[in-house]
Design a protein around this ligand. Structure first.
Ligand code: FAD
Length: 626
């Protein structure tokens, strides 16, 4: 639960309870079995007044993003509610109050627990060095240089932990000779040029809202996309979610599913502090090699301070999601295609935005193909209203719904189901029994939820039209805490799509559940990038994104992903830097990767120049880039 929610809930509760205590103190005392003498009544009234004030402060502070203010209110209430609970329970125990005293104590104890929980969430920040200005970054890097400390930056922590944090990072303890920066107070737009449509934004700004921001500040209204939209501007493409920070997203080469548009094309410049404590600027026009190196660099060249984006005019999208058997899709997923049915490669090349979720399990074999394009004038009609329509006639979006109308219930159900089947090995005889029939159970359940369009009610694909920032990130609706997912994602030249799809299909058919797993495999594309370490460097790619439910027992890097690294090795893959990588010393590790990236050695040279003390080079990254 967000701190803001706790503050609002408690604000409402105390504003309602306060007047009751004040005006009906005698009745309440009688109800509690107390003799309700005058002294007790005065105390009740004082308490009621205090509750009202408490409520006003809470509601007033609910919208502040100043964590010191939030904390002082929470601590204050923790003390007051703790005392209230004890007094009520004691009064009931000694017979001054009847049994309802315990009931009251239970209410206060519950509220007390809520406060404690909210405070603990804010305390997650303790392990970070909070950044509020470029001077803070400089100070942190210089401190790291003089004290020989390791230093890393957290974005929204959607990558694997080792790709983000220092070697000894713990979520509850700050390691002495390490620094993990968090830019929760460094998220403003610092420059706008209306002529060129460029904005310079601080690196800690989130693309959209981040519901799991430990500082609990990353609301939609502070996000980059919100601010751009208010100026009539947009980014040309987005990933499947927009919780990431600007720098966190870019540093791993993240990208949406499009070979027509890419965020990389929208980056004009970077400003960063390197390991020598120097401010570096690089853009498409100046320090071009450095620009191409830093664009995807996992924080290994320095701490990104600002990014300048070249924006596009804002746009809406229109699209559909179709579910069919994989052999019956409107796209020829495994062949060369023809006029009536494009091959997957052609579909990816011609479609503005796309992604496919493949459920390859025997007895399921379904493809859920999501596609969209930018709306043009002829797409707007009475149902949609015009774009930027005036107040009484605004654009009427019909957003994409990933999980239907009742997302919470669907996700809780899916989460429980996956947690159960992912942990059968811990359930003894029952687990063994279920495991024996897992394939059958899975087929039944998946077919219940992944429904072919022909059997859907109403039949046919889901159609949607929406603001780009709302439906392009089609996975924003999935809650990370209910459906936590891990991935290995392999980017392969798009020309090899047909061969890759057939290799995967044969692998699934031959090896069954141990290859398909219980979850999906996402197939999408990315546009060629200029950044040396982008897995799409100089080539359009097809991306094979293998999902793993994070609450499954076992480590996918040992038990599940290696088969895909081996299978796809001949296709010359480049793995997504924010997801599971093949171990550096494996045959698809460092040397293999080095062969896939023509500018690998140039990057390593620049890394050594800009971080001679290896401040940013954790053990994890050293294995690849020392
Ligand atoms: C549910 C989910 C959906 C996803 N969807 C997509 C998708 O559609 N497409 C895609 O390509 N990827 C996707 N990803 C991967 C995700 O986009 C990447 O892992 C991305 O890097 C996460 O960004 P972040 O803000 O969480 O940064 P983090 O994961 O916190 O950090 C990423 C890297 O950037 C570095 N870093 C962060 N800030 C700075 C800074 N200021 N200076 C220097 N270095 C910095 C970190 O140290 C780390 O190395 C998804 C991941 C999840 C969990």
């Amino acid at each position: 639960m967000q701190v803001r929610t706790v503050l609002i809930l408690d604000g409402i509760l105390t504003i309602v309870l306060g007047p009751l205590f004040f005006f009906f103190g005698r009745n309440i005392l009688q109800f509690l079995g107390s003799p309700a003498g005058d002294d007790a009544l005065v105390l009740m009234r004082l308490y009621g007044g205090m509750l009202v004030m408490n409520g006003i402060f809470f509601l007033g502070s609910a919208n502040t993003t100043d964590n010191a203010v939030r904390k002082s209110f929470l601590y204050g209430s923790l003390v007051v509610d703790g005392i209230s609970a004890c007094v009520l329970a004691y009064a009931a125990y000694t017979g001054v109050f009847n049994g309802w005293g315990y009931g009251g104590a239970a209410v206060f104890a519950t509220v007390w627990l809520l406060f404690l929980f909210a405070l603990l969430r804010l305390d997650e920040l303790k392990v970070f060095t909070i950044i509020a200005s470029e001077d803070d970054i400089l100070a942190a890097v210089n401190q790291a240089r003089t004290k020989k400390m390791q230093v890393r930056v957290r974005g929204s922590a959607h990558s694997v932990d080792k790709a983000i944090f220092t070697d000894k990072f713990k979520t509850w303890l700050k390691a002495g000779n390490e620094m993990n920066l968090y830019m929760s107070d460094y998220d403003e737009i610092v420059a706008v040029d209306p002529k060129t449509r460029r904005v310079e934004v601080q690196a800690g700004c989130h693309l959209g809202a981040d519901p799991f921001d430990p500082a609990q500040k990353a609301i939609w209204e502070r996000s980059l996309l919100y601010k751009l939209d208010a100026m009539g501007w947009a980014l040309p493409d987005l990933g499947g979610i927009t919780h990431q920070t600007v720098a966190g997203f870019l540093m791993t080469g993240s990208s949406g599913g499009s070979v027509k548009y890419s965020i990389d094309d929208a980056i004009y410049a970077f400003r960063f502090i390197d390991g020598n404590g120097e401010i570096q600027t690089a853009s498409r026009d100046r320090n071009i090699d450095l620009f191409n190196a830093v664009g995807v660099s996992m924080g290994l060249l320095g701490v990104i301070s600002t990014v300048t984006f070249q924006c596009v005019p804002k746009y809406d999208i229109v699209g559909q999601e179709a579910t069919t058997y994989d052999t019956g899709a409107a796209i020829d997923l495994f062949g060369k295609g023809d006029k009536a049915r494009p091959s997957l490669q052609k579909f990816m090349t011609d479609t503005e935005y796309m992604r496919m979720m493949w459920w390859p399990q025997k007895g399921v074999r379904k493809a859920v193909v999501w596609q969209a394009r930018r709306m043009t004038r002829s797409d707007y009609n009475k149902e949609t209203n015009p774009p930027n329509g005036p107040g009484k006639n605004p654009f009427k979006p019909k957003p994409y719904l990933e999980l239907g109308e009742n997302t919470l219930l669907a996700e809780i159900g899916a989460s429980l189901f996956y947690t159960l089947i992912g942990n059968l090995s811990k359930l003894g005889a029952l687990g063994r029994f279920l495991n024996k029939h897992l394939s059958w159970i899975l087929t039944k359940v998946l077919n219940l939820f992944v429904v072919n369009d022909a059997d859907a009610k109403p039949p046919g694909p889901q159609k949607f039209w929406d603001h780009y920032y709302n439906s392009l990130p089609m996975d924003n609706q999935m809650r990370d805490n209910l459906m936590p997912t891990e991935f290995t994602e392999l980017w392969i030249p798009i020309e090899k799509t047909e061969a890759v799809m057939n290799a995967l299909l044969q692998h699934y058919e031959k090896n069954g559940l141990s290859a398909t797993g219980t979850y999906a495999c996402e197939i999408y594309a990315a546009k060629r990038s200029r950044f040396w370490l982008s897995p799409a460097y100089n080539q359009n790619v097809v991306r094979i994104d293998v999902f793993w439910f994070a609450r499954n027992a076992g480590n996918p890097a040992k038990t599940f992903y290696p088969q895909f690294w081996k299978l796809l090795k001949p296709f010359g893959f480049r793995p997504h830097w924010g997801k599971f990588l093949p171990p550096a010393d494996s045959d698809t590790g460092r040397e293999y990767m080095r062969q896939q990236y023509p500018r690998w050695d140039d990057f390593v040279k620049l890394r050594r120049k800009h971080d001679p003390q290896n401040l940013f080079l954790t053990r994890y990254w050293r294995d690849y880039f020392a």
